[in-house]
Design a protein around this ligand. Structure first.
Ligand SMILES: [Zn+2]
Length: 99
């Protein structure tokens, strides 16, 4: 018997993205009309189909991985661009939270 991923106390974000809870949540969000188009492109007046559900405040900087108010739809390109910015944010966060 393998331990369920959700039961582990310390989770890496990779693990959280592979939980059934996240799979179900992101699938439910993506079926919503307000998650059909990329939020970042929409800010620039462009309509692009969204392909991913993104954490606005990246995990683990955000407190709750499953907080739907912290989730937005993004297209591949915006997700990639934001991912680069998020990396710096996460790095800074880890530096200031190290013991
Ligand atoms: Zn976009």
């Amino acid at each position: 018997m393998q331990p369920r991923q959700e039961d582990r106390q310390r989770q890496r974000s990779d693990d959280l993205y592979h939980t059934s809870r996240w799979t179900k949540l992101s699938a439910a969000l993506r079926s919503r009309p307000d998650f059909a188009c990329c939020a970042e492109c929409a800010r620039h007046g462009i309509v692009t189909p969204a392909t991913v559900v993104d954490h606005i405040v990246p995990w683990p900087v955000c407190e709750d991985f499953f907080d739907t108010s912290n989730l937005q739809p993004l297209c591949d390109k915006c997700n990639h661009d934001k991912g680069q910015r998020d990396k710096q944010l996460i790095q800074r966060y880890k530096q200031t939270h190290q013991r």
